[in-house]
Design a binder for this molecule. Structure first.
Ligand SMILES: [Fe+2]
Length: 410
């Protein structure tokens, strides 16, 4: 049954309290003026509130509306936590009536409980709006785009003491997936301090802060002088590390430049050129694995997930797992799809390997780089001589939280 409000509101009535019930005439709609140029109209349908806000249709299921009630008994504004017991809401619940005034709609539920929402809050939190919106705005780049942007680096002194410097660092990090702090003292301790200004250090099997040379002390090619192709780190974790920090403390030799590739830029190129390849890489899970059996270190990590992770409601890319060294046996793809997966993977690899997408930089002592390990791939050229690097992994949640606390969109 299709139940709606019983009357269309004339302009003269807009500021009045306008009641509606489910028994109203199905073809009518209730309209209010919310702001100078924004109007909202709504109808109570059989299973949802239909809202037209600023010309955009949206739908709110009745159970959802009762579950998101912001009344004092349903939600604690001090802790921002839900109090209503969702498990006790009648899944067939429908409001007895609805009334609107200005930007507010009040729903009265069976039993008399009332829920009040502003139309703007509903619009902002609707599925339809989320589907249109971007979770994290980004500037995708190849080498020229990044170089021409002239993104400034933060400076150690100001970075450690001035919130505006930290905020602009975080904004650059969010937009480009890489950000730098210059003039950092060339010690592990200072590197640790600069990272803790940003986020929480994520301790892993490699320790809290790692400080390494090419001594093969661990069972990983990072501990060598060899060139490393572009890759994301810790793809063998169920949740790969969010941020990688590098600081070259000393290098007496040649080579060793760092390679950076914006994986999302390459993936979006693939999506434009070959959407079916993008879709396959986003749908099929594969494994990455880290097996170490050296003196003093025994590890067996395994992470499972697709090469490309996207939010299902807006198809926005948020995580890339690309590590040909650590990719494990492929046994999660049916025989009939394996060839197609390799073709799609090859297309992505071709994008990632385009010379114009490669940003090569020389990490000099005092310059700390933060890399979004969910987006930007890193590699390096081979080198000679003594090269001492330190760094760490940081948690992703905490850097995004820090950004949101500065009102940045993340
Ligand atoms: Fe790496």
């Amino acid at each position: 049954m299709f139940c709606t409000l019983h009357r269309l509101v004339r302009p003269a009535l807009r500021r009045q309290l306008l009641p509606a019930t489910l028994d109203s005439h199905p073809s009518s709609r209730h309209t209010v003026q919310v702001r100078a140029k924004t109007s909202a109209s709504f109808r109570l349908l059989e299973d949802c509130l239909e809202l037209n806000y600023d010309g955009k249709p949206m739908h709110f299921n009745y159970v959802w509306l009762r579950d998101h009630c912001r009344s004092a008994s349903s939600y604690d504004p001090a802790t921002h936590q839900r109090s209503v017991d969702t498990g006790s809401i009648d899944l067939s619940i429908r409001p007895d009536s609805a009334a609107a005034e200005d930007d507010l709609i009040t729903l009265t539920w069976p039993g008399g409980h009332q829920s009040q929402f502003s139309f703007s809050w509903l619009a902002e939190n609707s599925y339809e709006e989320k589907k249109r919106a971007t979770v994290q705005p980004r500037i995708l780049w190849n080498a020229d785009v990044y170089k021409n942007a002239n993104v400034p680096s933060a400076k150690w002194d100001r970075f450690m003491s001035c919130d505006s410097e930290l905020k602009s660092f975080l904004q650059n990090y969010l937009l480009y997936g890489i950000a730098f702090v210059d003039d950092v003292p060339t010690t592990v301790e200072a590197t640790e301090s600069v990272t803790q200004r940003v986020s929480v250090i994520r301790e892993t099997t490699y320790g809290r802060m790692w400080n390494f040379t090419s001594d093969f002390s661990r069972g990983d090619s990072a501990y060598s002088q060899l060139a490393l192709d572009r890759h994301t780190d810790t793809s063998y974790f169920q949740e790969p590390c969010g941020i990688q920090v590098f600081h070259c403390l000393k290098h007496e030799g040649t080579g060793g430049r760092t390679l950076l590739v914006d994986g999302f830029y390459a993936a979006e190129k693939l999506r434009q050129r070959s959407p079916e390849d993008f879709e396959l890489l986003a749908r099929v899970p594969i494994s990455h694995e880290y097996i170490e059996n050296t003196e003093g270190h025994r590890n067996h990590m395994k992470g499972i997930g697709p090469v490309l992770s996207i939010y299902p409601w807006n198809n926005e890319l948020y995580l890339m797992r690309y590590n040909n060294y650590d990719r494990s046996v492929i046994n999660s793809i049916p025989h009939g799809t394996v060839r197609r997966w390799y073709e799609a993977h090859r297309e992505l690899t071709a994008e990632l390997r385009r010379p114009e997408n490669e940003l090569w930089i020389k990490l000099s002592p005092g310059r700390v780089i933060f890399i979004d390990n969910w987006r930007v791939l890193h590699g390096r050229e081979s080198f000679t001589g003594l090269r001492q690097m330190c760094g760490c992994y940081l948690t992703r949640d905490d850097i995004l939280s820090a950004a949101r606390c500065f009102d940045l969109q993340a």
